[in-house]
Write a protein that binds this ligand. Structure first.
Ligand SMILES: C[S@@+](CC[C@H](N)C(=O)[O-])C[C@H]1O[C@@H](n2cnc3c(N)ncnc32)[C@H](O)[C@@H]1O
Length: 245
């Protein structure tokens, strides 16, 4: 994490091109709009380099937060009109509420039930009564698939970045998934170097997600995404905060 989202944060736009987020961002907006057509204010926890947010901000007034100052800086450059803050989704306190709280793949860095529960409490706390939280983990335990993915892109100034992501297979009862990242980075002067980092991600059964969301106070709805991608569809966990306690 310290490498990918720290030292390598400036490479995020090349490693994970923003065009690749268009379809899923449209699905997130449709999911929210279908349930809260008048919602305007949105808080994202774990915004990373702000690639999903770049699409969300066309529809919502976005406040973007992330644990990594480097990633927040990348998002600030991409989304200068949005409010930004550095903070941990387990305990950030912004002192205001929003109509929508959105948490994309960053939720996977919650490695224990306690951490996941803390993120849900943060989301609930920052929602106005009747607000909606949308959580989109890459997978739940039942749908985890090992395998590899590669990507990256080139910049006009000669810089280029490529990565290989290797998701290890997990034992059926495992609550932790391991992903290895290998990076190949080319500077503008043509120098190429490699870096490696190991990430640990939380893996929770669907029933655990529901139990912890309900414990935080949410009424829970689950939607399976529609996708033509060659992978298991993700589950969108939607938390509805009641109008009155
Ligand atoms: C894959 S990136 C997110 C990319 C993002 N979806 C985008 O559109 O650019 C994952 C992010 O999760 C953030 N993260 C990890 N743990 C976090 C935590 N406890 N609180 C907030 N952000 C966290 C990392 O700093 C990283 O920026």
């Amino acid at each position: 994490m310290n490498l990918f989202y720290g030292e390598l944060a400036p490479w995020w736009p090349l490693l994970s091109p923003i065009e690749e987020y268009a379809d899923e961002a449209a699905a997130f907006i449709a999911t929210i709009e279908g349930r809260r057509p008048h919602a305007r204010t949105l808080l994202e926890l774990g915004c990373g380099g702000g690639h999903i947010a770049w699409y969300l901000k066309a529809r919502f007034d976005c406040t973007l937060t992330d644990l990594s100052p480097g990633m927040v800086e990348v998002s600030r450059i991409r989304n200068p009109e949005c409010a930004h803050a550095v903070g941990d989704m387990r305990d950030i306190e912004l002192g205001r509420t929003f109509e929508v709280v959105f948490v994309h793949d960053a939720i996977e860095y919650m490695k224990t039930e306690q951490e996941l529960a803390a993120a849900f409490v943060t989301a609930y706390h920052h929602l106005a009564p009747g607000g909606l939280a949308l959580f989109v983990p890459d997978c739940v335990a039942e749908r985890h698939e090992g395998g590899t993915e590669a990507g990256g892109s080139d910049a006009p100034d000669g810089r280029a970045a490529r990565y290989l992501e290797w998701n290890e297979d997990v034992e059926p009862a495992s609550t932790l998934a391991v992903t290895h990242y290998s990076f190949l980075l080319r500077e503008a002067d043509g120098t190429v170097y490699t870096r490696y980092e190991r990430h640990e991600l939380g893996l929770f059964p669907q029933a655990t997600w529901v139990r912890l969301l309900e414990a935080a106070g949410f009424n829970v709805e689950i939607v399976e995404e529609q996708t033509d991608d060659d992978r298991s569809p993700r589950l969108f966990f939607i938390g509805h905060k009641p109008e009155a306690p």
